[in-house]
Design a binder for this molecule. Structure first.
Ligand code: HEM
Length: 410
């Protein structure tokens, strides 16, 4: 089933799928989902206000609940409020879907380095029962929208549009431009005729998006909070910006408000630099290639790993790399100078299609918690975090233990 998700496709079908999904990931399309994220952020704050104490909390665990609920709402169109109902089936199944153990670790190694073994043994990445649960849920949501005639501003609706019309329309020239950047190909590179997007294609994409966003985004939120707990000056600068922007937007966390939180954006970028979830990028040589200026010859079919984590933590490119310094990204053209060195979302035609969505998801989570809480280090805090050497995506051993204190904001 998940062989049909964008991650797993290649060749012509990947090109066609990428170009059709690209219009659903533009800023214009994603910003209509910010209210769903902000609603989950509010649920998070309500839960914390009722439960905050003098004890340490695991922010990674809390962030997982936030991202699961937010992705559930934006991608599947469901809102379970996992803060109040932590054992709801969506959350339980979601945890199993992204859970990691020795068996999964070995499978991941095989997928990257021995794809022939995976094909030969027909490895199933996920249990059938898990996949069935998510497919049935999506089917139910689609049937209920069809029956009631109601629509909702979310990914599910955009994918229903793709299924019914064969494409998702761009809203304006800017939307069209972004869509091309995300998945633009010449017409001659794409299949002609109506794009076939079956129910199974739709389920595969939705489940793939959940898996992609759940772990990565919650890790980024929790590690950003850890850095801010340790560097209180940076935290207060971020809070001053959030307070000011919220004041100008009637206290509402909208897409426009998030855009104005430029220092918070630098914090997100610096967290992604220090802790890139993927660790590295994988590519396969499509032809024999001699690395210029060397005698290293790569044979066609060789798997190459681009070490994002090492490059982004190399003092040659990022002086004093252990220092958490959002200033590195405060300058507008910092990105241009860093091409190919800063790749938390990958690079080239296969870069992360969900990059804009993740930025908004992470920023909404951070802006929510920082607007109402002070994050403090405590005796359980481990800093620097101990990165799990065998887990993929990147994760800190023992979560992120900190203390929360309600802020007094005027
Ligand atoms: C902090 C959050 C995230 C990070 C750091 C991240 C990072 C990445 C990276 C490194 C890749 C491989 C890129 C390459 O090889 O050049 C990737 C691919 C991908 N990501 Fe993400 N991702 C994140 C969140 C998301 C979310 C939320 C979604 C969906 C809603 C998503 C959807 C995808 C898809 C579909 C691909 C495969 C693209 C293709 O092969 O064409 N990601 N991501």
């Amino acid at each position: 089933m998940l062989a049909k998700s964008l991650f797993a496709l290649d060749g012509q079908r990947w090109r066609d799928m990428r170009s059709k999904l690209a219009p659903t990931f533009t800023t214009g399309k994603i910003k209509i989902m910010v209210p769903h994220m902000a609603e989950v952020g509010q649920n998070w704050l309500k839960f914390l206000s009722k439960n905050v104490s003098d004890e340490a909390v695991d922010l990674k665990e809390l962030a997982v609940t936030y991202t699961a609920d937010a992705i559930g709402s934006c991608v599947f169109g469901v809102n379970y409020n996992a803060f109040e109902n932590p054992n709801n089936t969506f959350m339980t199944m979601g945890r199993r879907l992204v859970g990691y153990d020795f068996k999964r670790g070995m499978k991941a190694i095989c997928v990257i380095f021995f794809p022939e073994v995976v094909k030969f043994f027909k490895f199933e990445w996920f249990d059938r029962s898990l996949v069935d649960f998510f497919c049935n849920l999506l089917k139910e949501m689609m049937d209920s929208r069809k029956k009631s005639g109601q629509t909702r501003k979310d990914f599910l609706q955009l994918m229903i549009e793709l299924k019914e019309k064969g494409s998702v329309a761009s809203d304006n020239a800017e939307d069209e431009k972004e869509s091309k950047e995300l998945g633009g190909f010449e017409d001659s590179q794409l299949s002609s005729g109506k794009f076939d997007f079956s129910d199974v294609d739709l389920y595969s994409q939705a489940i793939g998006f959940f898996v992609a966003g759940f772990e990565n985004s919650s890790t980024q939120i929790s590690l950003a909070c850890l850095e801010l707990a340790v560097e209180s000056e940076l935290q207060h600068r971020a809070q001053a910006e959030i307070d000011q922007v919220l004041k100008e937007h009637d206290g509402k966390l909208t897409a426009e408000a998030l855009k104005k939180m430029v220092y918070l954006e630098s914090i997100v970028q610096e967290t992604l630099r220090k802790y890139p979830p993927a660790g590295g990028l994988v590519r396969s040589c499509t032809k024999n290639y001699l690395i210029p200026g060397s005698n290293v010859r790569l044979e066609k079919g060789t798997t190459v790993m681009i070490p994002s984590y090492s490059l982004q933590n190399d003092p040659k490119y990022f002086p004093d790399p252990e220092r958490f310094d959002p200033e590195r990204f405060c300058n507008e053209d910092a990105h241009h100078k860093l091409q190919f060195l800063y790749t938390p979302f990958g690079d080239g035609p296969r870069h992360c299609i969900g990059m804009r969505f993740s930025h908004l998801l992470i920023k909404t989570g951070l802006a929510s918690i920082l607007s109402k809480f002070e994050i403090l280090p405590c005796k359980e805090t481990v800093y620097p975090p101990k990165i799990d050497p065998i887990r993929m995506p990147l994760s800190s051993v023992g979560g992120v233990q900190v203390k929360l204190q309600e802020r007094k904001v005027n």
